[in-house]
Structure formats: structure tokens, C-alpha cells
Design a protein around this ligand. Sequence first.
Ligand SMILES: Cc1ncc(COP(=O)(O)O)c(C=O)c1O
Length: 415
Amino acid sequence: MPQRTVPVSSRLGDVRYEIRGALSRRARELEAEGRQIIRLNIGNPGLFGFSVPAHVRAAVESHLDRSEAYCHQQGLQPAREAIAEREQARGAFGAHADNVFIGNGVSELIDLTLRALLNSGEEVLLPSPDYPLWSAATVLNGGRPRYYPCPASRGHLPDPDEIEALITPRTRALVLVNPNNPTGATYPRELLQALVQVAERHRLLLLSDEIYDNILYDGAEFHPLAALAGETPCITYSGLSKMYRACGYRVGWISLSGTPSRLTEFRTALDLLSALRLCANVPTQWGIAPALDGPDTMAELVGPGGRLHATRQAMLDGVAQSEFLDVVAPQGALYAFPAVRTEQMDAFDDEDFALDLLQSESVLVVPGTGFNIRERNHFRLTLLPQADEMAEVFLRIERCLQRQAARSGRARHVA
Ligand SMILES: Cc1ncc(COP(=O)(O)O)c(C=O)c1O
């Protein structure tokens, strides 16, 4: 009798996460054969020699004996107060510890908030390119992504008119990722103000993923959306993973802002969903208040002479020296999203290129289509390695592109 396989949810058919997908599995196979792969697919600072600030780690260690019970479903009170104070200081209307929810990373809270919000078939406005968890969580919660373009030709910025044209009676929320993953774009104040107006006109909930909030280069400025949104309901997402290099701690949070009466039902829904999963990991929540109240440990990494500054420059130099590449210089976050000029490569395909780069040059990047864009000529890499390694990566990328161009040229010649 033929064996019956266990069937899975049909919703998964539309869900992808290429950052840890097929290419990453292929990289593991190559590593098992003894190859050294330069893995630039994940923004995971701890894997590149960055460490959690000592005062944050010490706070976690010294509170282990107070971390053995479940805590309140919204998170530890002192941590929520520190988050609320920061939001208030930034000017977020209505921010309060009672309106803060701590989760196991922003990842969990993206899912939780969309679960609280969406009915089947309702629409969420997402950037294209996006951080693909936003698309996945929309689909898994019965929603439909509607993508607003953020093309390289516009510095990867959205256009409020284009966004407004996508709104239907079923649209519920507008998602922003600022500073952006994967493009590194940071959004100007006027643009954010225009987006708030769009949200207010159409009664959309603003969902602002600000996990890279102070990772900024070349004098770029970050404007917290909640401060500009005023009374318009806004959920701000942040956490310890990136700013405090603590991905493995799994600590993220959301802060609700806007007129409280407009958020009552939504807040109750979040409270119920949070209670159903009991609470987030307790030990690492003790790191939140010291992280937010302590010294700035990011400025020295992103400023001139800093490690991230140097690697970003090595990436920009690599692109400038390339025969094939363009990039919008990232203003923030931990990634670059270069584009390949494909005139010399008729059949260029980002997924084929990324596989070729992995197999022939031992460099792992993520193809641009993994971020829900139509164009097939982008890839994303993280800015976390040392500058000399980034320079080496661009030599390998160039070699790979030269071979692809030569093959394409030969194919054209034969035709
Ligand atoms: C834009 C963005 N949002 C959310 C996350 C999830 O972060 P975490 O679950 O570690 O808090 C990431 C991780 O890379 C991200 O880039």
C-alpha cells in the first residue's frame, strides 16, 4: 500500500523566506564537503564577531534568579516602562507602559499584530522590496499583500500617491520598514507626514518596523513615525536584535500610540493573543531597560572609523569599481541591495546568479526576488563582515558576473 504523506496547510503555498531557504541549504551541503562559505544572507551580528554591550549582558546575568516564573503576558513592567518612556521622549502620542507588548523578537509580534487585525481577504500595504516576514505573516493570517513599489530609480522611497491608488475598502494597514531592510533607505520627514495623511484619510493602521532605528550612515536622520502620526493609530516595532546585537536573546517589542479610544479593541485583542502564548522569554527582558537607558554603543560602529562605516565603504567601492553593478547607497540598517546592469547579460536571473556565486565563488547572498520584487536583477548582502572581507566578496562577485557576461556574449554570437 502506498504510504500517505502528512498534508500541510494550503496557506503555506504562498509563503517564502529565501533568506534561510534553498540557497542556504545548498551552502550547508557545500560546507559539509569542506568548503568555506562567506555567508552574507542573514543580518546576525553575533556571527560576525559583534557582541552585546557588556552592561546589557550583565543585567541579564544578574537577574537570572528572578526569571524563573512566567511574567505578565505583556512583559516585565520595568522593561515596558523604559520602552514607554523612550516613546514618550520621542513624542509618541498616548505611549504608555500599558500599551507596550514585549515578544520573542519583532518576528513574533509581526505575526501577533496581523493576527489581531486581519479578517480573511483583507489587505495590507507592504513595500516592494519587503522584509519577507511581513508578506508571510499577512498570508498566514488570511490577509492579502498589496505591494507599493520602492524602486532604485527613486532611491528606494515610496510614493504616497501610488500607495493611495492601491487602497480598496478591504485595506486595513500600511506597513513601513524604516530604516529599510533590504534597501537601507531612510524616509524623509515630509514623506512620512504624507503617509500619515494617507493612513488617516483611509482609516488605516500604521505599522512601523523600526528595528534598525539608529543604525544610520553619512548623517542620515531617522524620524520615528509615531511622533509624526500624532492621534493616528500607529504600532511601532523595535527590539534588541540589531541595535544591541542581541539576535539570540529574542527580544522585541511594540508600542501602541494614537488616540487611546481608537485602539481599545485592538489592544484587547493583542492582550488575549499575548496571554494565549503566556509570555515572552523572561531572562533577556531584563536587558531592555539598561539597553535603552545606557550609553549609545552604535554611534562608534557607524561613524567614520567605525567597523560598519568601513564595510559599507568597501561595498560602495566594490560597486563603483564594477563593470556591472549599481547601488543606492544605504543610509541605514545592515544591508545593501545592489542591482546588476543586465544589458550585457540577456538572460540574467537573480536566482541563477546567486546559485552560481555560491557554487563557484563560495559567497552566499539573497536574490532580490526573495524580497517580493518583480525585477530579477537585484541581490541583498549584509554589511556585517570586516571591510577587507567585503572587498574580497566584490572581487568574487565581479569574477562571477564577468563569466556570466562572457557566456551570454558567446550565446549571442552563436545565435
Ligand atoms: C525589518 C525587520 N523586521 C523584523 C526583524 C525580526 O527581528 P527579531 O525577530 O530578531 O526581533 C528583522 C530581522 O532581520 C528585520 O530585518
